[in-house]
Design a binder for this molecule. Structure first.
Ligand SMILES: *[C@@H]1O[C@H](CO)[C@@H](O)[C@H](O)[C@H]1NC(C)=O
Ligand SMILES: *[C@@H]1O[C@H](CO)[C@@H](O)[C@H](O)[C@H]1NC(C)=O
Length: 500
């Protein structure tokens, strides 16, 4: 796989015609991966090795948890880690940077299932916040990510505590940003989008100071929780949206609100859904937008959750089932129905319009939720990732690669030629601030870890060097340029702050 890509690069197949890409034209394509999709059956199964590392600028690994104490928590160690026969998905995910060294990888903490309570507790307490910052830095450093994505859903919502989440969230972001500074790690967040929810949760001006990217989740606007059918991710308000509140529930109004509240354009990234929201019609003959609904539609054949369906699942079913597809001319999105089943979804046309909107308005780019629900096998139209490809074509003027320059391609060639033995911890070396995570040493070579040691040990001669000991095995790391390893915080830090 790696070699094939290298050969393609060498042959110029992946090179944008006309040479190097212009940096100022750079847009973000932020791709979330729901890592649990590896447990799906048949065509629904999605693994790290299906990811095309040239179709995204940022890949986000979901999800990690947060303890009340502030420690970051690995939720599925067997999937994420390598110890005890685990699948090592984190390592494989970060190794995608060997193929595309411009790629950034980000670890996401939170998500819907993680709830809001632990975030609220941590954000309210200085010691817990500091523990979270330290835990995040260590985690990013140890695994070779480029940053952290906070998916707190949502501050001041979904818990019964009375803390000042809105301001505490600002403080948490400020302290994370400060802690990430020596390493230039990215700090991003996925945010509740509509003015009604955002105004409860965020001080937009303040959070914008600390976030590098703001992923605006402009979807889940309508779903099976509503009494009538509606569009999941509308572009504009419909004629049925007569109240002031409902006229705010669409992409255009959401982006205008975030801009008006002080979010910088270039940080705002338009979130688009690669899934639809499903309903069961009360009456199969009443199938327009706004028709009476009994509740969720039947579950997708792979994702198995009533009320939603991946684009991959829907387009596969449409090949054999008699769905009637319509286009809403005002909200600029398709919907479809068959008997009592009704679905609002996004297709290449609606996704393309949203990507064009991001481009025309000089926004940061497009975020997708999520990779495993695109038609990643190319079952429906022949092309793999039709939705993600559409975004790339629009943002990058028809190029497939996300703007690679010649120097970067040389780096790629170098890193690819480096031998990589199976089982070795490998973090791609991208820029001077990425810790150079090297080889797993045999303990007999260095003897840095005793068999009892678990955790971090600093090199006896070089303060910029440290080891992560795991049952006697030493994983060797170098701090980024000029930084020293601090035994107290067990992270790399500025030399003047480290006792060396
Ligand atoms: C919250 O923190 C507690 C205590 O650390 C932990 O047991 C729990 O799993 C965390 N997450 C959730 C969703 O409660
Ligand atoms: C956001 O925080 C700043 C600084 O604390 C404050 O001046 C401003 O009024 C806040 N804005 C909102 C909308 O709460």
């Amino acid at each position: 796989m790696i070699l094939n890509i290298y050969v393609l690069i060498a042959l110029g197949v992946l090179l944008p015609k006309g040479g190097t890409a212009d940096a100022h034209n750079r847009k973000y394509v932020v791709c979330y991966q729901g890592t649990w999709a590896t447990y799906r059956q048949s065509n629904g199964k999605y693994d790290v090795n299906y990811i095309d590392p040239f179709l995204c600028t940022h890949l986000v690994y979901t999800f990690f948890g947060i303890e009340e104490s502030g420690e970051l928590r690995v939720i599925d160690p067997t999937l994420d880690l390598e110890e005890n026969g685990g699948h090592g998905n984190i390592r494989k995910f970060n190794a995608l940077k060997l193929q595309n060294p411009t790629l950034k990888t980000i670890a996401a903490v939170g998500g819907w299932n993680e709830g809001s309570r632990n975030f609220s507790i941590v954000a309210n307490d200085p010691e817990r916040r500091q523990r979270f910052v330290r835990s995040a830095v260590q985690f990013i450093q140890r695994h070779g990510f480029n940053g952290l994505d906070l998916d707190w859903e949502y501050p001041n919502q979904r818990h019964d505590l009375t803390f000042d989440d809105k301001n505490n969230f600002v403080t948490l972001l400020r302290e994370l940003k400060e802690g990430f500074k020596p390493f230039q790690y990215l700090l991003t967040a996925a945010v509740g989008a509509s003015p009604a929810t955002a105004s409860i949760s965020y001080n937009i001006t303040e959070i914008s100071k600390y976030l590098d990217i703001i992923n605006v989740m402009a979807y889940d606007i309508h779903g099976a929780w509503d009494p009538a059918t509606g569009i999941n991710a509308p572009f504009y308000a419909s004629k049925n949206d007569i109240t002031e509140g409902s006229r705010q529930l669409n992409l255009d109004a959401i982006i205008k609100y975030w801009l008006a509240q002080g979010a910088p354009r270039e940080k705002l990234v338009v979130g688009v859904p690669f899934y639809g929201r499903t309903f069961t019609l009360a009456d199969a003959a009443q199938h327009s937008v706004g028709s009476s609904s009994l509740g969720p539609g039947t579950a997708g054949q792979y994702s198995l959750e009533p009320g939603s369906i991946g684009y991959n699942e829907l387009c596969e079913r449409m090949r054999t089932e008699q769905w009637q597809v319509e286009w809403d001319e005002v909200q600029l999105a398709p919907y479809a129905y068959m008997g009592q089943q009704w679905v609002s979804f996004d297709n290449p046309r609606s996704i393309g319009l949203k990507a064009q909107y991001a481009k025309d308005n000089n926004l940061g780019g497009v975020m997708v939720w999520s990779l495993e629900s695109d038609d990643f096998r190319g079952i429906c139209g022949g092309e793999k990732y039709p939705l993600l490809q559409t975004i790339n074509r629009i943002l990058f003027d028809g190029r497939t690669a996300t703007g690679l320059t010649q120097s970067v391609l040389n780096m790629a060639a170098e890193s690819i030629q480096r031998p990589v033995a199976p089982g070795y911890a490998v973090a791609p070396v991208v820029g001077s601030h990425t810790p150079q995570q090297g080889i797993v040493l045999d303990p007999r070579d260095g003897g840095v870890c005793t068999s009892q040691d678990n955790g971090y040990v600093r090199d006896k001669h070089d303060c910029g060097k440290f080891y992560y000991c795991n049952q006697g095995m030493a994983h060797s790391f170098n701090c980024p340029h000029n930084l020293k390893f601090d035994l107290e915080s067990t992270t790399c830090n500025y030399p003047q702050s480290v006792d060396c």
